[in-house]
Design a protein. Structure first.
Length: 135
């Protein structure tokens, strides 16, 4: 009985450690993607101001930034999936990735990209249209 309880404790400890590690990975990934989207948005400050100046609604600007973030995530997912498929035979241990696992991962990537784009969207909506006229 005591041995079984130790096995349960060991398994629970590994599970908690895995959850903490994956959570940390998601947070770091979200911050990195957010910073990239924010930087790309700031590089397009003048173009966004011009769009606002000619009367583009905020939803158009938001959709442009969301599309940019999603495209970045989907391209990264596609490259990662292709590399996994190409390199899987060269590793001694195998991890079985079911189609449902891949779909869940794709959903997580989409959610991370949407959350990460919030920083870029907020900064784009604060851009003054008059800044397109100034140098």
């Amino acid at each position: 009985m005591n041995l079984a309880w130790r096995d349960v404790q060991h398994g629970l400890g590994r599970f908690i450690l895995t959850c903490v590690g994956l959570s940390l990975l998601l947070v770091v990934s979200t911050v990195v993607i957010g910073l990239i989207v924010y930087t790309m948005t700031m590089d397009k400050k003048k173009a966004i101001a011009t769009l606002k100046l000619i009367g583009a609604p905020d939803r158009v600007i938001v959709s442009l930034i969301l599309q940019q973030a999603l495209a970045m995530g989907l391209v990264g997912f596609a490259i990662g999936a292709a590399l996994i498929r190409l390199a899987k035979d060269y590793f001694p241990r195998r991890v079985v990735l079911e189609t449902s696992d891949t779909a869940i991962l794709l959903g997580i990537i989409v959610m991370v990209c949407l959350v990460a784009s919030i920083f870029g969207v907020r900064s784009a909506l604060k851009i003054d249209p008059a800044s397109a006229l100034g140098g």
